[in-house]
Design a protein around this ligand. Sequence first.
Ligand code: HEC
Ligand code: HEC
Length: 377
Amino acid sequence: MANVKTKHLFLAASLSALMTVVACSPGGKAASSDSGATASEGAPQSVPAMAETSDELILQARDFLEPVPVSAPTIEGVTATPELVGLGQALFFDPRLSATHSISCASCHYPGLGGADNSPFSAGFHGERGGRNAPTVYNAVFNFAQFWDGRAKDLVEQAGGPLVNPVEMASPEAHVTEQILALPGYSPMFAAAFPGEVDPVTLANAQKAIAGFEATLITPNAPFDEFLRGDSGALTADQKAGLSLFMDKGCTACHSGVNLGGTMYQKFGVFSDPGPAYRPPEDKGRGGVTGNAAEDYFFKVPTLRNITETAPYFHSGSEPDLKRAVAVMAEVQLGQTLSPDEVDKITAFLGSLTGDQPQLVIPQLPVSDAKSPPPEQ
Ligand code: HEC
Ligand code: HEC
């Protein structure tokens, strides 16, 4: 029975993906690094090869899942020079872009906490309805759209949201550029990041720089990636058993590609209602963006990369326990009850998805001077 349901769901998921997915290839927004701005002398990038293997489990996994590339992918329209990435990093860490000078992107997407904040939700900042859990910015470049409800098409568009959000920043576009211009040290940084532009300090350029920086926040070389590339010994026996279950139960119908997610919207609650704690009724997800009632409670399938680092779980940030989240998923998305042993093994597998965390140095920011506006109270 379970099998039939799984197959049925797989079909439903594929159909629905066809209807709702704009660009369903993993990394649809991001070209592979081979054509990357950082590639030098036209030499092929050092992407570790997928070794030939006769390991059935590896071959099966390669049908659904891909390793994180080892170098940053490029973003359309963004020339990721070191100057641009450095500027983006400074803006990402600069609390003075908020009206109160107290909050930066890094406050909620904290390096050292998996690019998230380990809090249930951080209401208001991006204008989200009701308060949602901050998703990780790590590997976000590989998602086909940004936000739980996909309302920003890519990282460039996304970065505009918080900067001009009326709730947190009271910062209409002119105010942001004014704020940046009032920190004189930023002007040469923008000029270096956008050479040849007469008036480089713009909100649009700030967005590009932040996005270019975010594209570097990838986490390659997880044990699972080594496994996918052909190293059979990279996973423990439990993790392998968990990977088998992850595929056989049907998790990969939605959690696929580089990010084991980020390729489609799906209803949270395909087989049964997860309940108001996990799925507060007022947050309609994708349906709230499109106005199409058929998409109510559809959310972007989140990445499972580094998932052990980014509790609590779900868009509502309502589940602190990863094992419980796995059991809930099987129940409401697949109509199956997992045994405690199955939950343990799948959770062990999810632990193999933690890769090299970005090693960031907190940047030296341009200093405020006498003319810089003080924080609002
Ligand atoms: C107050 C906390 C907070 C701050 C500050 C903040 N974010 Fe977010 N971020 C969130 C929350 C919450 C979401 C999810 C909102 C939603 O889906 O509606 C989010 C979503 C995102 C996403 C989408 C990730 C995905 O997979 O969908 C990106 C990228 C992101 N933020 C980058 C940034 C950048 C860049 C800044 C600074 C310019 C920033 N954030 C500032 C809380 C914050
Ligand atoms: C029909 C599609 C679908 C299937 C099948 C599915 N998931 Fe999910 N998964 C989702 C969606 C959508 C969410 C986001 C739910 C929300 O918070 O709105 C999610 C969220 C999660 C989360 C929480 C991630 C986070 O950052 O909060 C975990 C963990 C997870 N899934 C694991 C699994 C496992 C393990 C399986 C198989 C037992 C599975 N999923 C099957 C669609 C699916």
